[in-house]
Design a protein around this ligand. Structure first.
Ligand code: ATP
Ligand code: MG
Length: 454
């Protein structure tokens, strides 16, 4: 993308009404525009990050064997009356009436609808196990939408649902989801700690939330400091291997880590040595649930088992806050000059800054670099505007691309360009081809995998 042709409405001033850094930076970097309380337009730069996050979620879900689909945002009220949640959900649910006086609602989640699809099309245990998921806009009429996309009213969420014959199989699905979520966050360059949580309106007491530690987080968290050091890393996971998935869950959850809903001070003090006790704040970026037959029973999601008897299926649901993650990523990755994107989610892979636009050799070197990077399947952002160097650098720092290549007349005389890391601030002078090669190498592990994402 050429900056001169792009739509990047960066703000010069600090936005007055944004309380936390991610919200401020998303507004300043021209990523979002608030349209109503808790409802946002995703401007081109923000849209790119949202799509990168979405793609990683798709890839990791499909790697775990989960099947993508898409359900609508508007749902008929009847389905929710069947489960009894139409009234229970209360004012958070946005209710709509159509021209025929039929009651609809803007879905806050999809347990009812997926159960309806399941009961219509699946009748035998032979079709199990099954996990279906989608990534779709949700609406919850939050009392206090705030912090930008972190607590919106309309937000983008991945929600998945597993259907299993037995509790044992459903527990495997739960463990498999936990592992796939750990991988998902790690690929984004985030550390999210699974913590024992409460079911809330989804239900069930077998549930973990994933929390990113951040001062601005809305949840109080209590944990053993060692839990923050555990990584999945590059290990190979066989998602069909229930023993392996269970072992990973155990490794990540055996140390004390709880949110305020489940925190027990006496247990905390008993299990965790004093020097390892941590009290902090966290952002909830996902949650997984096992709730047995809570929805399948009232909604008749049953299958014929191996002995011919009809049994309600065991279910769980699993959510990742895709739009909230964009905010959480910024909370965890910024400095005083702006955002510092991890390579896995950056909106553009590298910025090219032309220090003397209109100078033949600078323009030519930039064009060649731009073409070479694009030919390698990368997205460079080329600042080809006729602006001062200082202002070009400030914009690049604000929008946070992890790498910058600076092309200037003096360097070119010596056959070099400057390659700068946004995170460390360190620069190196290298030949232009070498800069392109290094960028290709850095991004090789981050390029999209071969899955269908629509
Ligand atoms: P919270 O406790 O933050 O209100 P929740 O527990 O009600 O969230 P879930 O039903 O578990 O939310 O939804 C799955 C994920 O969707 C959450 O982990 C969170 O990342 C995201 N999410 C939930 N509510 C919002 C919201 N209002 N704005 C943005 N993301 C949200
Ligand atoms: Mg939750």
């Amino acid at each position: 993308m050429r900056m001169s042709r792009y739509f990047l409405p960066v703000l010069k001033e600090e936005p007055a009404d944004a309380q936390i850094v991610s919200h401020r930076l998303m507004l300043r970097a021209g990523m979002i525009r608030q349209q109503a309380a808790g409802i946002y337009s995703w401007l081109p730069l923000g849209w790119r990050v949202l799509k990168r996050v979405e793609r990683i979620v798709h890839e990791e879900q499909q790697r775990a064997g989960h099947i993508p689909m898409l359900m609508p945002t508007l749902q008929p009220a009847e389905l929710w009356k069947e489960s009894g949640r139409y009234d229970d959900y209360g004012k958070e649910m946005l209710r709509v009436r159509d021209r025929h006086d039929r009651d609809l609602l803007y879905g806050p989640t999809n347990e009812e609808m997926i159960s309806d699809i399941f009961r219509t099309h699946v009748s035998s245990y032979r079709d199990l196990p099954l996990t279906l998921y989608h990534i779709q806009w949700k609406f919850r009429d939050e009392v206090r939408p705030r912090f930008g996309v972190m607590r919106g009213r309309e937000f983008f969420m991945k929600d998945g649902y597993n259907f299993d014959l037995t509790e044992e199989d459903a527990k495997h699905a739960y463990n498999r989801h936990l592992v796939s979520y750990l991988r998902t966050y790690e690929r984004m360059g985030l550390r999210a700690i699974p913590m024992k949580a409460e079911g809330g309106p989804i239900g069930g007491d077998h549930t973990h939330e994933f929390l990113v530690l951040a001062e601005t987080g809305e949840s109080a968290v209590f944990y053993d400091s060692r839990v923050a050091d555990i990584r999945l890393g590059e290990r190979t996971i066989d998602y069909g291997d229930s023993e392996q998935c269970r072992a990973v869950l155990e490794e990540f959850t055996e140390l004390y880590a709880r949110t305020d809903d489940t925190h027990e001070p006496a247990v905390f003090e008993k299990l965790v040595p004093e020097d390892r006790r941590r009290e902090a704040r966290g952002i909830e970026v996902g949650q997984i649930f096992y709730f047995g037959t809570k929805y399948s029973e009232p909604m008749g999601a049953v299958v014929q088992g191996p002995d011919g008897e009809q049994t309600p299926v065991h279910m769980g649901s699993h959510g990742i806050g895709v739009s909230r993650l964009v905010g959480a990523l910024i909370e965890a990755n910024h400095d005083e000059n702006g955002i510092v994107w991890p390579e896995g989610v950056t909106p553009f892979h590298v910025g090219i800054v032309n220090l003397r636009q209109g100078d033949d050799s600078c323009d030519r070197a930039c064009e060649e670099l731009y073409a070479a990077l694009r030919a390698a399947g990368l997205d460079p952002l080329y600042d080809d505007r006729d602006e001062r160097a200082g202002s070009k650098f400030a914009t690049m720092d604000l929008i946070g691309l992890p790498w910058r290549i600076t092309v200037g007349p003096r360097g070119l005389e010596n056959g070099v360009v400057e390659l700068t890391s946004r995170r460390s601030g360190q620069s190196e002078e290298v030949a232009s081809e070498e800069a392109a090669r290094r960028i290709r190498e850095i991004y090789a592990p981050h390029l999209p995998k071969d899955v269908y994402v629509g």
